[in-house]
Design a protein around this ligand. Structure first.
Ligand SMILES: N[C@@H](CCC(=O)N[C@@H](CS)C(=O)NCC(=O)O)C(=O)O
Length: 287
């Protein structure tokens, strides 16, 4: 293994704002709001503050699935939070998510009777919406438990792909063999976990499409379809045949095609939609 690294950790770590890397300018070792900022509130009860990264796509796909199933109250406004500009550190956003990460949801008509309910963490948002609309989470206790196991699997495993593999393969200022090896190994292991499971199951929780699929597709479906990190060849994605079958099947769903565009500000022009305030906003892009 090549090792040109001269770095010796000091006794006490100190923040060096200029440590390079694509996200260096927004990273700091402290939490909390960095500036006052009032967030807009649209006309629908559900107000989403997000960006079309895989974690953001989970929620917009879920909302589009709910709308496609006829839940009219799932109409939503999706406001853009540009994390490269530090929008996640504005005061109103931090009030919704003290962890300063998208996606963050504010429900202005919660079942609790409170005037508003904040929800942060994409997995918690999926579960909140599944319970609110009584949909996309199996009723059968065994299947529900299976769906929740895979939902939480995604929440725990995804950061090795995003913060680990994706970061060191795509964003780090220089390639570090140890880091790329470590996270590629773990990412391929996870792809194999999914591939083996999907050999015997149509969907993550068995025969029912659920929030487990909606959580997993934006990371692992997008990865093997080549929509993130440009790593199909590197990871030999075509070898995960069952995973690819599932990824294509989910990717072909109308709600998935719609949801993945919302709050997307990069890529082809006809795949971008900064904000969504009405279903016609997506119709105009998707045609
Ligand atoms: N566990 C969180 C992770 C959310 C997350 O990592 N969001 C990223 C974008 S994908 C973000 O907002 N990053 C901004 C930052 O780290 O400052 C969730 O699933 O909601």
């Amino acid at each position: 293994m090549s090792n040109n690294n001269q770095y010796t950790p000091p006794k006490v770590w100190e923040w060096n704002p200029g440590n390079g890397g694509e996200w260096a300018s927004i990273n700091r070792p402290t939490a909390g709001a960095r500036h006052e900022h009032k967030l807009p509130v649209g006309k629908h009860p559900l107000q989403l503050y997000s960006l079309a990264t895989p974690n953001g796509q989970k929620v917009t796909i879920m909302l589009e699935e709910l709308l496609a199933s006829g839940h009219k109250d799932a109409e939503y406004d999706a406001h853009l939070i540009d994390i490269s500009e530090g929008d996640q550190f504005g005061s109103d956003f931090v009030d919704i998510n003290p962890n300063s990460k998208i996606p963050a949801l504010m429900d202005h008509a919660p079942a609790s009777g409170q005037s508003t309910q904040r929800v942060f963490e994409s997995g918690a948002i999926l579960l909140y919406l599944a319970e609110k609309f009584d949909d996309l989470l199996p009723k059968d206790s065994a299947k529900r438990t299976e769906a929740l196991s895979w939902l939480f699997w995604q929440m725990g495993s995804g950061p090795y792909v995003g913060g680990g593999f994706g970061h060191f393969y795509k964003y780090a200022p220089e390639p570090i063999e140890y880091a790329i090896d470590r996270f590629t190994m773990e990412t391929k292991r996870q792809l194999d976990v999914l591939d083996k499971h999907l050999a015997d199951n149509d969907f993550m929780a068995g025969d029912e499409y659920s929030i487990a699929d909606i959580a997993i597709w934006p990371w692992y479906g997008n990865l093997v379809l080549g929509n993130v990190y440009d790593a199909v060849e590197f990871l030999q994605a075509e070898s995960y045949k069952n995973l690819l079958r599932w990824a294509r099947q989910i990717g072909d769903r109308e709600a998935v095609k719609r949801g993945r565009l919302v709050n997307r500000t990069w890529g082809d022009e006809d795949e971008q939609l900064r904000e969504r305030h009405d279903s016609s906003d997506i119709d105009k892009v998707i045609k």
